[in-house]
Design a protein around this ligand. Structure first.
Ligand code: NAD
Length: 236
């Protein structure tokens, strides 16, 4: 039984890489071949909504592609959460649904979810797998053309920040998995944990930007190092 009474785990695109979903900063800093400025800002959406909707339609349909499944790292986290007697909060920057599909209870998606859309007129958020188009009608207020992906674009406020900060203020272990440490505020969570003097762990393919703030660092593919780490944590 792990001795930690409150654990916060932050995941990023790296945990889903071996499931076949490209990370953000692939070759040349592109996301699935796109410059981030072209697809992940509100300005991009205002300028060319069709292009942005199509980009997210592609990301959404990717999730139902054969072979895109939770991997051993997602499964290890879900299994640990179910067995852990204390508090366990999973915060993800990912917009995919692989944590849920692995059995994680209620991951907080700070950057939104591909499986959901929202109406900019009535602010209703609802699950949807349908392709978004410029003519898509909101089923709640019946307005057409105002439904957008439920995604936090650069320059927008991430979700669940209050709850995340509450947990960061009282957790006794912070673990970061598969994130490059480029995107704030998530990149700053380790600073909070470090300043509080609690153990901080980085599990990544390579050192992140915040590397020096992690007390324990393990580098390798998530499907190997995440199950190993959580198996050991169970008896720690
Ligand atoms: P990032 O792409 O900036 O960094 C990914 C990190 O994962 C890198 O440090 C890389 O070394 C590491 N990595 C790559 N393959 C790995 C593997 N097999 N095992 C372990 N680590 C591996 O990702 P980020 O820091 O999460 O920031 C990305 C932003 O882009 C987020 O805001 C997120 O919403 C979005 N995004 C999400 C997805 C997704 O939902 N799966 C995919 C791409 C981008």
């Amino acid at each position: 039984m792990s001795r930690y009474s409150s654990i916060v785990v932050l995941t990023g695109a790296g945990i889903s890489a071996e499931s076949g979903i490209q990370t953000f900063r692939g070759a040349g800093g592109l996301w699935a071949g796109h410059d981030i400025e072209e697809v992940a800002t509100f300005e991009a959406y205002a300028r060319n909504p069709k292009k942005v909707l199509e980009f997210y339609n592609d990301r959404r349909s990717e999730l139902s592609r054969t072979g895109i499944e939770p991997n051993a790292a997602h499964l290890a986290l879900a299994e640990f959460e179910h067995e852990h007697a204390g508090e366990f909060l999973l915060v993800t920057q990912n917009v995919d649904n692989l944590h849920e599909r692995a059995g994680s209870r209620q991951p907080l998606h700070m950057h939104g979810e591909l499986d959901k859309v929202r109406c900019q007129r009535c602010y209703e958020i609802y699950p949807s797998r349908e392709e978004l188009a410029l003519t898509t009608q909101c089923p709640w207020c019946m307005t057409a053309g105002r439904v957008r992906p439920h995604i936090v674009w650069f320059g927008e406020m991430p979700f669940h920040m209050e709850e995340i900060h509450e947990r960061l203020a009282r957790c006794d272990l912070f673990v970061s998995i598969g994130t490059s440490g480029n995107v704030y505020p998530a990149a700053g969570f380790v600073e909070i944990a470090h300043q509080r003097g609690i153990p901080t762990v980085e599990l990544n393919l390579e050192p992140s930007l915040g590397e020096s703030l992690f007390r324990d660092r393990r580098y390798g593919p998530a499907t190997e190092i995440v199950p190993e780490f959580f198996a050991r944590l169970r008896n720690d």
